[in-house]
Design a protein around this ligand. Structure first.
Ligand code: PLP
Length: 384
């Protein structure tokens, strides 16, 4: 059976990987080498210099491609380096339509760096494709979305936006970090490029910073590979190895993240001190039906707001947590709690934050794979 025909839970382990051809090593070795011997100038075994290609990175690139159901993958030094490479497809004057509820670092890269080079960004609420109508014109070259969104947990209809992108002859890029390919595969829903901060669920153990792209079209993949090699923001072999190792248990971890996420969301929803819980698994969530349609389950990310709306109340609660760690990031095996307004989303101006409902009292949880009862007891004591 070709690995291509395997099911997702087998692809995490075997997708794009084979025992090392040089030694038979079952795990792809960490090829910690910058250069490769050539038998004559230009004659080599496919590797000449590790910025251009490295066997450990190559295995990871093949792995993400197989998980997203395409032939082309690329790995970068961080999620933002991967985003940076995608934006370098654009020219001055080109326009991008992006969701207004965007990862803070992406917003900063768009507005503080690429705007300076003449790229025009329009941020719209992506709950309705009609919101983009006024911004689509001949210069629209890219539509950028993230779903579930961070931290408001809105769900954007990828298939609906792929139709908008097609009509505009623009590329649809989906930041799939929050869902991971276990929960959704955007290329099957019409996306052209899928981007991951593999730092989060894919690597899954909070021990590496790394970015990945999966690309549908061969010519586009070639262009991005050219950018990767020309700009040089590649990941090292050790980080590629750690990410490959993380991916092997992606399906097992995600299943538990989803189970624990549901239990924590339900507990918080029923708590008298909690005002609102943002989690797409609730039938009352405004995008619940889209989540049901495009996702396999609802994930381990959620945010909530206390009835006491003050920032101090939220921060006090986070500091009382003992099993949840107060930290940036998400998607690791351990549970994390954060305060978006002062942490991950501090780069977004307050007026913009409030427009999307991101209040100073909002708390974000990345629910890990511990025993759910310990997580709930921790929240109970902190809320008490
Ligand atoms: C973390 C994150 C990024 C950036 O990735 P890095 O690996 O930190 O550079 C981009 N998008 C989302 C949704 C993220 O959570």
């Amino acid at each position: 059976m070709a690995t291509k025909d395997l099911r997702f839970n087998s692809l995490t382990i075997h997708g794009g990987q084979a025992p090392d051809p040089a030694t038979g090593a079952v795990m792809t070795p960490i090829y910690q080498s910058s250069t490769y011997a050539q038998s004559a100038p230009g004659e080599h075994l496919g590797y000449e210099y590790s910025r251009s290609a490295n066997p450990t990175r190559k295995a990871l690139e093949n792995s993400i491609a197989s998980l997203e159901g395409v032939d082309f993958g690329l790995a970068f030094a961080s999620g933002l380096a991967a985003i940076d490479a995608v934006l370098k497809l654009l020219r001055p004057g080109d326009e991008v339509i992006a969701t207004n509820d965007l990862y803070g670092g992406s917003y900063r890269l768009f507005t503080k760096l690429f705007k300076k080079y003449g790229i025009v960004f329009h941020f719209v609420s992506m709950n309705d494709t009609a919101n983009a109508e006024d911004f689509i014109n001949a210069k629209t070259k890219m539509i950028w979305l993230e779903t579930p969104t961070n931290p408001m947990m809105n769900i954007i209809d990828i298939a609906a936006w792929s139709k908008v992108a097609q009509q505009a002859q623009a590329l649809l890029v989906v930041d799939n970090t929050f869902a991971s390919p276990y929960l959704q595969q955007p290329i099957k829903l019409g996306a052209d490029i899928v981007m991951h901060s593999a730092t989060k669920y894919l690597a899954g153990h909070s021990d590496v910073v790394l970015g990945l792209l999966a690309i549908k079209d061969a010519a586009l993949a070639q262009e991005l590979k050219f950018i990767q090699n020309s700009s040089g923001a590649i990941c090292g072999p050790m980080d590629a190895f750690l990410t490959l190792r993380g991916i092997k248990t992606l399906h097992l971890r995600m299943q538990r993240h989803c189970e624990n996420g549901r239990l924590v969301a339900e507990y918080l929803q029923a708590h008298p001190k909690v005002d609102k819980v943002f989690w797409p698994g609730f039938e009352s969530h405004p995008n619940h039906s889209i989540a049901q349609k495009q996702m396999k389950d609802f994930g381990g990310m959620l945010s909530f707001q206390l009835k006491d709306e003050r920032q101090e109340a939220a921060i006090k609660l986070i500091q009382k947590l003992a099993v949840f760690t107060l930290a940036e990031s998400l998607g690791g095996v351990e549970s994390l709690a954060g305060h978006p307004a002062t942490m991950t989303h501090a780069a977004i101006p307050k007026e913009e934050r409030l427009k999307i409902g991101l209040s100073d009292g909002l708390i974000r949880l990345s629910v890990g794979v511990e025993d759910a009862q310990d997580l709930i007891e921790d929240l109970a004591q902190a809320l008490g």
